[in-house]
Ligand binder design. Structure first.
Ligand SMILES: C[S@@+](CC[C@H](N)C(=O)[O-])C[C@H]1O[C@@H](n2cnc3c(N)ncnc32)[C@H](O)[C@@H]1O
Length: 391
């Protein structure tokens, strides 16, 4: 490390063992057996019918029919190291995590029971985890994240990718750490996710500007990762300005045909798309809005909010919107792939993975989070009813 003068690394208290200076603290990797508490054999579909996840002829090759998704209760460090010991290394295609953000209040869960809002006290396990994570301030938090990110790297498939959801509290520290673990050359994006469209008047009265975004770091494990292209619809204003013409086929714009083969010219003419003008030496062709894919997605994500009264809201304080996870899962996995979330919370990642025909593995330290997620997954009625464009 020291010989490479361009090397940059984040240091925190006790990252390196003091006695053998220069040797990183060893990461314990226990192998604990998993105890099966419950097996739900088939998704529960309205009416009690057991419908397979995909039509018989459309089962993706990589989705074994005897596969069972896994929801595991336990500290993710133990869960991940046990998964690795049990042969899961290199098998997970996509990991999304939304870990605690160093806000100091991450293990008190506020939720709703019927119409009543309740606050659940942390259990003994949660309290202990809380102490381990935060007792040394930011240094112990960084150690906690470092150990877990190393395990995640081992679990990822060579063509896999990881999204780590954070905010201004620790995001910048974790970015440097991820460069070390995954390689700066494997960094793909820092996604800015706008949390809400309305920050409210009270928040905007704070000194400086209101904080209204989280940061999601997206890394590939290796160059072999191939994300799917995602497009969003053009906005009204863009359409008004750029697609000013309309005929019976729809809105279009005129593009100049400066270089073309005779074949292209004939084809456009045949399709009635060619427009010749006496004032121009080149012909034009009609480019229809319907033929265009939309705007290629960039790294500022707006419009993916968890509405106050949306039916997906289960009053889990840190719940993320399904639309956000849908975008991530569609961009970085394919049907049948294995998607994992090791900080499952209310189960948003797993619910979306299930709806999109991905296999999934999830875990959480909090029994309450596991119960909420279990219920949410069992409540996905007719999740096989995918939209055509989701496949
Ligand atoms: C911010 S929440 C995740 C919210 C989730 N994305 C959602 O949409 O509901 C973080 C979760 O991580 C869990 N957690 C924190 N430390 C953990 C650990 N060491 N092992 C497993 N889960 C942990 C907490 O119990 C909490 O449920």
């Amino acid at each position: 490390m020291a010989e490479d003068k361009k090397y940059v690394e984040l240091l925190w208290h006790q990252k390196y063992d003091r006695i053998n200076l220069g040797e990183k603290m060893p990461i314990e990797r226990p192998n604990l057996p998993f105890q099966v508490v419950e097996t739900v054999n088939k998704p529960r579909i309205k009416g009690g019918y057991n419908i397979p996840l995909f039509p018989e002829d459309k089962y993706p090759e990589n989705y074994p029919k005897d596969w069972k998704n896994k929801l595991i209760w336990g500290d993710n460090k133990l869960v991940m190291s046990s998964l690795i010991k049990q042969g899961w290394a290199g098998n997970i295609n996509l990991i999304y995590i939304d870990p605690p953000f160093f806000t100091g209040a991450d293990f008190t869960i506020r939720t709703k029971l019927g119409d009543e809002r309740i606050e659940k006290e942390p259990s003994i396990i949660e309290e202990r985890a809380y102490r381990d994570t935060w007792s040394g301030g930011i240094a112990s938090y960084l150690k906690y994240m470092y150990e877990r990110l190393l395990l995640m790297r081992d679990l990822l498939a060579e063509n896999g990718s990881i999204y780590v959801h954070l905010d201004w509290h620790v995001g910048h520290y974790v970015k440097v750490m991820m460069d070390e673990i995954f390689g700066a050359e494997n960094f793909l994006n820092e996604i800015v996710w706008e949390r809400t469209y309305n920050v409210g008047s009270s928040k905007s009265r704070i000194k400086g500007f209101a904080n209204n975004h989280d940061t999601i770091f997206y890394y590939q494990k290796t160059e072999s990762h191939k994300p799917n292209k995602i497009h969003s619809p053009y906005d009204e204003e863009y359409i008004r300005q750029h697609y000013r013409y309309e005929d019976e086929r729809g809105r279009y714009r005129l593009e100049v045909l400066a270089t073309y083969s005779q074949e292209t010219y004939n084809k456009l003419k045949e399709e009635n798309k060619l427009v010749e003008r006496v004032t121009s030496k080149y012909p034009y062709y009609k480019q229809y809005l319907d033929d265009m894919p939309g705007v290629a997605l960039h790294d500022i994500w707006t419009g993916l909010y968890l509405g106050a009264s949306t039916s997906e809201r289960i009053y889990f304080q840190t719940q993320k919107p399904e639309a956000l996870l849908k975008r991530i899962i569609l961009a970085s996995s394919n049907p049948g792939d294995i998607v994992a979330d090791f900080f499952v919370g209310s189960g948003t990642t797993l619910a979306v993975a299930e709806k999109l025909g991905r296999r999934w593995i999830g875990c959480d330290l909090s029994k309450f989070a596991i119960q909420v997620t279990r219920k949410r997954l069992l409540d996905i009625h007719n999740s096989k009813d995918l939209n055509e464009d989701d496949k």
